[in-house]
Design a protein around this ligand. Structure first.
Ligand code: IVH
Length: 687
């Protein structure tokens, strides 16, 4: 019998809670590493969120359990008024840059190293570690007893800026190192932004008509130096470790390669593209091998860094003022260059979008000669202040199309007017229009416009439309560019001889495609309407129109007032449908398609829907259901007479939510709409 039972119980409780919190932290750290660093999650996001919420609530109730390495501490720090200065315990050096991008760069480095090590000509080759030179910004991460306590930018190498709160928002940076108890371990590496994240960010900016960012490097640097970590958190940053700063109480491995392995074992992201080679030929091979893959990498690099692998040799070589003698950066051709903007052309895209394209004085950038670059849209062009005759900055990185990111500062010798978008489509002469609130100019020519035909054909052949298997991108390009197909009905006039003569199309594939075209003729009115690619007529609207009118002829002769009678059809859709069928060329295409033998059961759904149990009910699907695919769930709902809509509104009857359901679920809850899981959906539909 304990003397003070209550106190002991309380202590036991406290110990239990502390153990619980640390267990949750460990689990979350483990899964965050799998997710952010290894890109191989083992549990669904919702499960991670559940663990996270549990920990946050536990820490909320017992603030004494909160630790600086807790995953809950990544976000929520207050904005600072300025970034504090940090003096680096060990200066952050730079590396000597070998600008000769040919193999000579690697040979020169090896020759220098051998000379400085006093190696005879017949001495064995020096071993080197080679890794990528990431195009981001260097940071120093200070871990004390394995816990991240401070992060700082490189600054001038002696003094940098403190960015701890911002670095905490970077999911890839561990807040605690695995298996490290050393009093001090400073890890150095590069913070960068992936190209896809950069493009997505810029696309969002463009949609909003906001200023776009110039390149991932500048964007990452800007994001990391934000005063408000909440802003950093919205700019997805990544990190690669490549070196050390101050170390106390940790045995530094004997080679650079072993160091990188050790850092990876601690849970730090280390780039897999690295190698150890003997002598300069291996460096050249790595440099060339990566050059061939440079475009396919998900991030920008500006070269390769070679490092003498053995630490004892590194120490022997030492430093030359601000650069180590044991490392060198071997560059690649720059991904940004300056050239003259000769003129601006207009390109009509597959969706009819007009894009201003810069015609440039040819320039070698990102490994190829570029003479065209996109200017995206008229608004961005104006915002960048680019005019014909200017010296402009062109960026080409990865497989992204080259773009003009800005102009060089300087005064123009002559007045040059701002570029104006044309009023008529340069391809077909149809009127160019711009919807209110939309930043894109588009050609109204529709199927008449050659540039839009390819897209129209692809849409027509799509799985949810006429479902012509095998009619993909490449084939459509050949058919249109080779003048074999001008209009949709032309597809059904293709013969074996035409097809078999095409590139990469054997007899067998030609027969197959003809059979698929034939099979596609048996369809439904809804699919047929959808396949025509009428603006604002998606799958659901097409079905609604089919159901309401029953016959194509009735729809084709409906005026806007009649179209407005269709449930869920508003003025925009009515205007678009009416406009489409008012165009004689479109009418002719429809007639010809029917003449080609496209058929559907008349009055589909129109009669049946009335008796079906879910007639008039609107469902919205969100997230991933345990067994049903999206299409399968939609098919079940429609078979019961219900309708599937894309967004939640007051008119929605049910929201079917699965795993990783997003804002639609929030909206449903907000509007008090019944939420079903798959089991409940099946029960409702008797499926
Ligand atoms: S090592 C003592 N390795 O390049 C050597 N640097 O001018 C210190 N960088 O500021 C640098 N990738 O931002 C090293 N794999 C890599 C790197 C790398 C990019 C950057 C770093 C540094 C600059 C060197």
């Amino acid at each position: 019998m304990p003397l003070f039972p209550e106190a002991t119980d309380a202590a036991a409780d406290a110990a239990g809670l502390a153990a619980k919190a640390s267990g949750l932290r460990e689990q979350l750290q483990h899964h965050a590493h799998l997710y952010y660093v290894l890109d191989a999650p083992e549990i669904p996001d919702v499960e991670y969120d559940r663990l996270f919420t549990e920990l946050r609530e536990l820490e909320g109730a017992h603030p004494e359990l909160r630790t600086p390495d807790s995953p809950t501490q990544r976000v929520g720090a207050a904005a600072a008024s300025e970034l504090a200065s940090v003096r680096h315990a060990v200066p952050m050096l730079s590396v000597y840059t070998e600008t000769d991008t040919s193999p000579a760069g690697a040979m020169a480095f090896d020759a220098r190293v051998r000379r400085e090590l006093g190696l005879a000509d017949d001495a064995p080759p020096v071993q080197y570690a080679a890794e990528l030179k990431f195009d981001g910004l260097a940071v120093n991460l200070r871990y004390e007893r394995g816990v991240l306590v401070q992060a700082a930018t490189r600054g001038d190498g002696e003094t940098g800026e403190e960015v701890t709160a911002n670095i905490r928002t970077v999911g890839q940076v561990p807040l605690r190192l695995r298996g490290v108890e050393a009093p001090v371990l400073e890890v150095r590496g590069e913070v960068y932004m992936r190209r896809d994240a950069f493009e997505a960010l810029n696309e969002r900016q463009r949609q909003r008509g906001d200023k776009t960012f110039v390149n991932p490097r500048n964007t990452a640097a800007g994001a990391l130096r934000q005063l408000d970590p909440a802003i950093t958190a919205q700019r997805p940053l990544c990190f690669f470790a490549y070196g050390l700063g101050e170390v106390q109480g940790w045995d530094v491995p004997a080679t650079h390669a072993a160091l990188l392995d050790a850092l990876a074992d601690m849970g730090l992201p280390v780039c897999a593209d690295r190698t150890v080679v003997d002598g300069p030929q291996g460096l050249v091979a790595f440099h060339q091998g990566i050059a061939a893959r440079r475009d396919a990498l998900p991030f920008d690099i500006d070269g390769i860094v070679y490092k003498v692998n053995r630490r004892d040799l590194q120490q022997q070589l030492g430093f030359k003022t601000r650069e180590p003698r044991w490392a060198v950066a071997h560059k690649y051709p720059a991904q940004e260059q300056v050239t003259r903007l000769k003129t601006i052309d207009i390109q009509v895209g597959r969706t009819g979008k007009l894009t201003p394209v810069a015609k440039l004085e040819p320039v070698f950038v990102g490994g190829t000669t570029v003479s065209n670059a996109t200017l995206h849209n008229a608004f961005e062009l104006r915002r960048k202040g680019v005019r014909v005759g200017d010296q402009v900055i062109v960026r080409r990185a990865g497989d992204v199309i080259p773009e003009v990111v800005g102009r060089m500062p300087g005064v123009r010798a002559h007045y040059v007017p701002n570029f104006a978008m044309p009023k008529a489509c340069p391809v077909c002469g149809s009127a160019v229009e711009r919807d209110k609130g939309n930043l894109e100019h588009r050609c109204t020519g529709g199927l008449v416009c050659a540039a839009q035909r390819k897209q129209a054909l692809l849409h027509f052949a799509g799985r949810r439309a006429m479902d012509v298997e095998g009619l993909g991108d490449k084939l459509v390009d050949q058919l249109v560019d080779g003048h074999l197909v001008r209009t949709l009905p032309d597809l059904y006039r293709l013969g074996f001889v035409h097809l078999a003569a095409l590139e990469r199309m054997g007899d067998k594939s030609a027969h197959k495609l003809l059979a698929n075209l034939e099979a596609s003729k048996q369809t439904t009115l809804g699919r047929f309407l959808f396949s025509l690619g009428i603006r604002h007529v998606g799958e659901t609207t097409a079905k609604d129109l089919a159901k309401h009118f029953g016959h194509l002829e009735a729809l084709m002769s409906a005026d806007e007032a009649a179209l407005l009678q269709v449930p869920d059809v508003g003025p925009v859709v009515a205007h678009s449908v009416h406009g489409f069928f008012a165009n004689p060329l479109n009418r002719e295409a429809v007639e010809q398609l029917r003449a080609a033998g496209i058929v559907w059961p008349e009055h589909e759904g129109a009669a049946a829907a009335v008796e079906l149990p879910q007639a008039g009910k609107t469902f919205v699907l969100t997230g991933t259901l345990p067994t049903l695919t999206r299409d399968a769930a939609a098919a079940l709902i429609e078979a019961a007479g219900g309708k599937v809509a894309g967004s939640v509104s007051k008119k929605t009857h049910y929201v079917v939510a699965g795993e990783a359901a997003g804002s639609k679920l929030d909206k449903a809850v907000e509007l008090g709409i019944t939420v079903l899981d798959e089991a409940a959906l099946r029960a409702l539909l008797g499926a």
